[in-house]
Design a binder for this molecule. Sequence first.
Ligand code: UGA
Length: 439
Amino acid sequence: MYKIAVAGTGYVGLVAGVCFAEVGHQVTCVDIDEKKVNVMKSGVSPIYEVGLEELMQKNYAAGRIDYTTDYKAAYRDADAIFIGVGTPEQPDGSANLSYIATVARQIAESIEKDCLVVVKSTVPVGTNDKVEQFIHDFLVNDVRVEVASNPEFLAQGSAVHDTLHAERIVIGTESKWAEEILMGIYKPFNLPIVSVNRRSAEMIKYASNDFLALKISYMNDIANLCELVGADIQDVALGMSFDERIGSKFLNAGIGFGGSCFPKDTKALENIARQNGYELRTVRATIDVNKDQKTLLYKKASKRLITFNGLKVAVLGLTFKPGTDDLREAAALENIPLLLEQGADIYAFDPVGANNFAILYPEGKNGRGSIKYVSNVEEALAGANVCFIFTEWGEVKAVKADMYKELMRTPLVFDGRNIYQIKDMETAGVEYHSVGRRA
Ligand code: UGA
């Protein structure tokens, strides 16, 4: 078993740390935020993620995981240090590497024995060469240190499961020594390992995410055409999915992809290409289609209604997908300001994301309109003139077609996630608009 330190306790770092502890390694998670460290020590997760708290508590009690702000103590005698800090998008679409640089310098100044530094954060191809050089430049003690790439493929909402049951582990190393350490760390997971060089590993991460994003934008593009020619995107997707070369996953048309990864990684890869004198046209198209798709429901509703002014608007779902409280790049964030500008009185329901949304859009009067956060779907729908479905939460999917008819003043529904069968909504007497299907 290895002594592992993890820098950064966001999605990537914390989940990795907890899962390493779960398979028996000795883990110390480092974060600069003392309050957050104390919260984690008490067994509370700073992020909403199914199953994470249970594992935090279990492994803390077993003494396999600890949390600290004292990076020196954590890094000093670690066999491996995993970096999972953020690489946020900069205004020009490139990745901000300043957090990685800070951690790299702290590592260089702290380690007292041979150590493998493993970058889990998504970084532009070639960054890990620079991280290694940077660490060597600042190294205080005479020890062996190398940098490996080990991109993360977990999805929010299923992060723990995705880590413990990953379809593959990708490791990018430049020496046998580094490869053996990483192979050893991942051995207890008993998962397929793809071992490549460092730059290829960095590229696998971007190429995978951007391919999935491309798949979504492609389906959205086809969905828009389906509406014009009278085809149904769900039937089309079903027909396509039997071809194993296409696969059945990530074919759901809707209101575009959000989250912290696809939007950022598409722009980052486009940027990497541009810096190398190449134009990635498929990725540009992915971004363009997604941008338009985000406000599709608002555009559809604007065609149907003369005004939103004074209308009660029910909003079901605020987060970028179910199972998370994350709002980053969520379609709701694009549509709600437009609705408020037009004087809509919004009643929003989200089982987990409402508090975060209220920080950005506090309850009450907002521009010409207003927003109120309600604790159940019924309250949102009662007396509403129109309903928007932005996130396919279980609570939303559980709403029967009849309920829209019964509760709303006018049963007019714009569904960005194609939750319902058109037939069911028709039978219930609901005017139903979705994506890529008959209006
Ligand atoms: C994504 C990838 O799925 C992970 O493999 C990757 O590790 C992660 O990014 C990352 O780089 O950290 P995540 O952003 O958590 O994970 O969420 P996804 O489940 O992939 O969904 C992203 C967006 O695509 C959501 O807004 C979702 O609604 C949308 N989507 C997904 C569709 O519109 N259609 C689909 O068929 C699938």
